[in-house]
Design a protein. Structure first.
Length: 254
């Protein structure tokens, strides 16, 4: 499996598939997932949704969390297959229970949006928190949104800024945009227009549409020296940035 994974990372899917196929036919769930993912993405083979569904289904049935998550993604996208959102959510839930961060993040999003499955804000927050603890930057940002908009929790600007700061430093462009907005408005953090603009620069470069309402407004408040300083800060590695250090509530640290 290690040899096959190394080959796949180098783009040599022919070698990877030659290793995975006999393992998959022998019942190795992760190998089944890997073959299914190749057919789903057209990696080393022609894209084939039916074969992707077959192999991912075997992997998911065997309990592999990555297979469950990838099958859920196939059913969610509905590319070449009828979408099935309730089943996708159920599969994401199975993978999330096995501590798969991507599944936890996606399940949180589906439960929060409520367009495709019944919304459940408490569960959305629970899975966002689990994903955030597993390093999911988008879930960190989502937690900030929950506290900012008082969705299933009491509105708490400090807690919102804390989570946006974590998402921003982890590289989430929307988290960077919202942290910039928080610094601009002085919401949950001390007002700092230079720091605000530095984060908005990062957010716009990262493609976040959330930066647009604030970008020109904040830029107009800065003089040439402040603009230069904001650009300097925006060019720093994220590991060297400052973010709100307010600790999360005790219940969120467990």
């Amino acid at each position: 499996m290690a040899k096959a994974l190394a080959a796949a990372r180098d783009g040599d899917y022919e070698t990877a598939l030659s290793v995975w196929e006999p393992l998959a036919r022998a019942g190795n769930a992760r190998a089944q997932n890997n073959i299914g993912a190749c057919f789903a993405g057209g990696l080393g083979v022609a894209r084939d949704t039916d074969l992707a569904y077959h192999w991912l289904g075997l992997s998911a049935e065997a309990g592999d969390p990555v297979g469950q998550r990838n099958l859920a993604s196939l059913l969610f996208r509905g590319e070449g297959i009828a979408p099935d959102y309730p089943r996708a959510a159920a599969l994401y839930h199975q993978a999330a229970e096995q501590n798969d961060a991507e599944a936890q993040d996606m399940l949180s999003w589906m439960l929060l949006e409520g367009d495709l499955i019944e919304p459940d804000f408490a569960e959305a927050r629970r899975w966002a928190l689990a994903a955030a603890k597993n390093g999911s930057a988008s879930s960190m940002t989502r937690l900030g949104m929950l506290y900012h908009n008082a969705i299933g929790v009491t509105r708490d600007p400090v807690e919102a800024a804390y989570w946006w700061g974590r998402g921003a430093r982890a590289g989430d462009a929307d988290g960077q945009a919202m942290l910039g907005a928080a610094y601009h408005l002085g919401s949950g953090v001390a007002r700092d227009p230079v720091e605000a603009f530095a984060w908005l620069i990062r957010a716009r470069r990262g493609g976040s549409a959330l930066a647009a309402p604030f970008f020109d407004v904040v830029r107009a408040t800065l003089d040439a020296e402040q603009l230069q300083e904001a650009e300097r800060r925006a060019a720093l590695p994220l590991t060297e940035t400052s973010v709100p250090l307010q600790r999360a509530k005790e219940e969120d640290r467990r």
